[in-house]
Design a protein around this ligand. Structure first.
Ligand code: C5P
Length: 229
């Protein structure tokens, strides 16, 4: 079964407050995107990868990939205004023979290769898988006026991560259904769930962090410096 990576990288990184788009922000002297792609290069998963980028950064990202992974044959395509749109555009660009799709955010530079492999295995066996870590914090639900209205039992809560990995037909159908219904989600596995599909949870790593804010960038830099990732 052929596996293909779709990597949404079209975010502008407004919450990061940097002058560069998030994928191109420097982390220990290299663009964030390169750190992320390294994990997939080590598994030989870049040859058919689709990187989804903002139109104004396609050229820069294409040259970066060509310089760093000259054998990769990655394609860089234009993304949409929200993540879900970018992923759907990536799905529309899949090769015909692809049966397993890995969706991984460019903003998560340290996905451990063993966990990527576990997510592929889970998608082969169950159809859909998301990486996640058990919730260690107490999570509060507040109302619009900032009053506490619920405290869900944290023993069944997980922090969602990527990769999320799927059998191709399932994720394409889930995205098409979401688009038709005007449903806007912040991940892909939940789109499968809302169609009545089952999603396997694969335990991830706390080091698989997502760079969103300046403090995330600091932690990511420290993790490299201390050789934790
Ligand atoms: O903004 P957030 O951190 O949730 O973005 C997650 C991933 O989705 C990032 O890798 C970002 O580049 C990507 N994204 C995208 N297209 C958008 C917005 C975000 O590909 N319009």
């Amino acid at each position: 079964m052929s596996v293909q990576l779709v990597m949404p990288a079209a975010g502008l990184g407004v919450r990061l407050g940097a002058s560069r788009p998030k994928a191109l922000v420097e982390l220990q002297g290299r663009p964030l995107l390169e750190h992320t792609l390294d994990r997939f290069a080590s598994l030989d998963l870049l040859s058919r990868a689709i990187i989804v980028a903002a139109p104004e950064h396609i050229e820069e990202i294409s040259s970066l990939i060509l310089a760093t992974y000259p054998q990769s044959d990655c394609r860089v395509i234009e993304g949409g205004s929200v993540r879900q749109e970018s992923v759907l555009l990536g799905l529309n660009a899949l090769e015909d023979d692809t049966s397993i799709v890995i969706i991984h955010d460019a903003a998560r530079p340290f996905a451990p290769p063993a966990i990527i492999e576990a997510s592929i295995e889970a998608a082969r066996e169950y159809g859909a898988a998301t990486v996640a870590t058990p919730c260690v914090d107490t999570i509060l639900v507040g109302d619009e006026e900032q009053w506490l209205i619920d405290t869900p039992d944290r023993s069944c809560l997980w922090y969602c991560q990527t990769p999320q990995t799927f059998q191709r037909d399932l994720i394409v159908a889930a995205h098409e259904a979401a688009r038709k219904d005007g449903h806007k989600g912040t991940d892909d596995a939940t789109l499968v769930l809302r169609m009545g599909g089952r999603v396997r949870i694969v335990e991830g790593s706390p080091f698989n962090l997502k760079v969103t804010t300046p403090s995330d960038l600091l932690w990511a830099s420290l993790a490299i410096e201390k050789e934790l990732v």
